[in-house]
Design a binder for this molecule. Structure first.
Ligand code: DAS
Length: 356
C-alpha cells in the first residue's frame, strides 16, 4: 500500500511520541528488586490438585517474574537468586548473606524497595532479623506462599504482586520490614505462621498493620517497637551470630537438652516454657548451672499468644534470667543472637527485649 511521505513522517513522529511516553511512564514506576531464596512460592507439584504435595525451591526468580507480567505495570522489577532452598534448611550464615545483600541494595539510589521471596516455615525469623539489623526506611517486604504455583488457587502470584506493590509504595516507607500474605500487611516483628496448611497461615496477635487490595494499601496501625533505622544493631557490623538454642517445656521434661546445650558452650538458651513461661522445678538447677557456666537464660513461652511477665512464674531477678516479652521462642532466639553480638549483660539484654 502506498503511503505518502507526509503520512510516513507523521506515523514515525507518532511512534516516537508513543515510545517516549512509554519510557516516561516506566521511569515514573518504582524500582523494586526481588531477592529469591526458595520455598513454596518457588515450588512445583506434579498436578494442579497437589496443593500440599510438591517440591519447594524449584522455580527460579526470572521465571517467577516472567510468570507475573502484571508486575511490569506497577514497578520496574529485577530479580536476584540469592539461594534456592526450603526455608527450614536456611542457616545463620544464609541469614547474614541475605541481610547484607538487602542492606547493600537499600543504599542504592536506583532501588526504591526490596522484596524477598522465602519459604513460609522460617519466614517470620528472617523478617524479624531484617527488622533488627537493616538500616533503611525503604520498604522491605518478605513474601511466601502456602501452595505451589502449579496448584489450583495458588496464592503465590497475588502474594508476590502485593509484595511488589507494597515495596514500591511511598506510604510503606518507614514502617519497618513487612510481610504480605493473604491480602494482609503484617509487621515482620509480630507475624508468625500459625496454621501449617492454610493460605491464611500468617497472623500476629496484635493484628496486621493493614491490608493491600488491588495494589492499594490500607493502613490501620504502625509498629511501636524499635526497627530498621531506629535499631542499635547494624548488619554491616555483624559478621557472625552466637549459638543460641531453644529448650521446650512440657509435661515430664528432662534436663537432657539443657545440659547438652550448656556443655556445647551456647551463649544463650531460650526456654519455651509452659503457660507464662513456667519452668519445671526439677530443671531449675540445670538452668542455673547453665547460667553459671556462661549461658544467658531467656524465658519465653510455648503458648502462642500473650507475653511472659518478669518475676511472675519465676524469680527472674534472683536467678539473673531475662524474659522474652511477647516473643515466641523462635523469635526470641533471633533477638538474642543479634543482641549478644553487642552485650551479654542481662540488664542490657532485658532492656533490648522490652524495646525490640
Ligand atoms: N518447606 C517450606 C519452606 O520452604 C515450604 C513453604 O511453605 O514455603 O519454608
Amino acid at each position: 500500500m502506498y503511503l505518502s511521505p507526509r503520512f510516513r513522517a507523521f506515523a514515525a513522529g507518532a511512534a516516537l511520541l508513543a515510545a517516549s511516553a512509554l519510557a516516561q511512564a516506566q521511569q515514573a514506576l518504582p524500582n523494586v528488586v526481588i531477592l529469591a531464596t526458595g520455598g513454596t512460592i518457588a515450588g512445583a507439584g506434579a498436578s494442579a490438585v497437589n496443593s500440599a504435595t510438591y517440591a519447594a525451591a524449584k522455580v527460579g526468580v526470572d521465571k517467577l517474574i516472567a510468570g507475573l507480567p502484571e508486575l511490569s505495570k506497577i514497578a520496574n522489577v529485577r530479580g536476584e537468586q540469592v539461594f534456592q532452598v526450603a526455608s527450614e534448611s536456611l542457616t545463620n550464615d544464609n541469614l547474614l548473606t541475605l541481610a547484607k545483600r538487602v542492606s547493600a541494595l537499600s543504599k542504592q539510589a536506583d532501588v526504591d524497595g526490596i522484596v524477598i521471596t522465602h519459604g513460609t516455615d522460617t519466614l517470620e525469623e528472617t523478617a524479624y532479623f531484617l527488622t533488627l539489623t537493616v538500616h533503611t526506611s525503604k520498604p522491605i517486604v518478605v513474601v511466601g506462599s502456602m501452595r505451589p504455583g502449579t496448584a489450583l488457587s495458588a496464592d503465590g502470584a497475588l502474594n508476590l504482586y502485593d509484595a511488589v506493590s507494597v515495596a514500591g509504595s511511598k506510604d510503606a516507607v518507614g514502617k519497618g520490614v513487612l510481610v504480605t500474605m493473604n491480602d494482609n500487611i503484617d509487621s515482620g516483628r509480630d507475624v508468625s505462621k500459625n496454621v501449617n496448611v492454610k493460605t491464611s497461615a500468617f497472623s500476629s496477635q496484635w493484628g496486621p498493620l493493614g491490608m493491600v487490595v488491588e495494589g492499594k494499601n490500607y493502613w490501620f496501625r504502625a509498629p511501636v517497637k524499635r526497627h530498621t533505622m531506629a535499631s542499635e544493631f547494624d548488619i554491616d557490623a555483624i559478621n557472625a551470630l552466637p549459638a543460641v538454642e531453644i529448650a521446650m517445656g512440657y509435661e515430664g521434661v528432662s534436663s537432657t537438652a539443657i545440659d547438652a546445650f550448656s556443655k556445647s558452650g551456647v551463649k544463650a538458651i531460650i526456654h519455651g516454657g509452659t503457660g507464662n513461661g513456667s519452668v519445671a522445678n526439677r530443671i531449675v538447677p540445670n538452668l542455673q548451672k547453665a547460667r553459671t557456666d556462661g549461658a544467658v537464660i531467656i524465658r519465653s513461652s510455648r503458648v502462642a499468644d500473650g507475653f511472659v511477665i518478669r518475676n511472675a512464674e519465676q524469680p527472674d531477678d534472683k536467678y539473673d534470667w531475662v524474659v522474652a516479652h511477647d516473643l515466641r521462642p523462635q523469635k526470641a532466639r533471633i533477638l538474642a543472637m543479634v543482641a549478644l553480638t553487642k552485650t551479654s549483660d542481662t540488664k542490657e539484654l532485658q532492656r533490648i527485649f522490652w524495646e525490640y
